[in-house]
Write a protein that binds this ligand. Structure first.
Ligand SMILES: [Zn+2]
Length: 93
């Protein structure tokens, strides 16, 4: 990554030195970065944490589940309509 202040490539991970940084690191999934050229320093959100992965998997399961539910509702609505019209089911001869 590049330094947003001076556009240098000399940006490295930095340790949480101050008490405030250490508290921040314990509370939040953040990583500290420091620019060796101009001294720019900032905490950034970690891109991939276990928490976000499990949340993503859960949402995927919910997504597939809701699609299945919608498909079941549509299918039953079609079946009810066919029954109401007196048309025999294509699968029930
Ligand atoms: Zn810099």
């Amino acid at each position: 990554m590049k330094c947003p202040a001076c556009d240098s490539d000399q940006v490295y991970r930095s340790r949480a030195k101050s008490l405030r940084d250490q508290a921040l690191k314990r509370l939040l999934p953040v990583t500290f970065y420091r620019c060796h050229d101009c001294g720019w320093r900032r905490a950034r959100w970690q891109k991939l944490s276990v928490k976000s992965v499990s949340l993503h998997t859960l949402s995927l399961v919910g997504y597939i589940g809701s699609i299945g539910l919608v498909a079941a509702v549509i299918l039953s609505a079609v079946a009810l309509t066919l029954k109401f019209l007196g048309v025999p089911m294509p699968w029930a001869r």
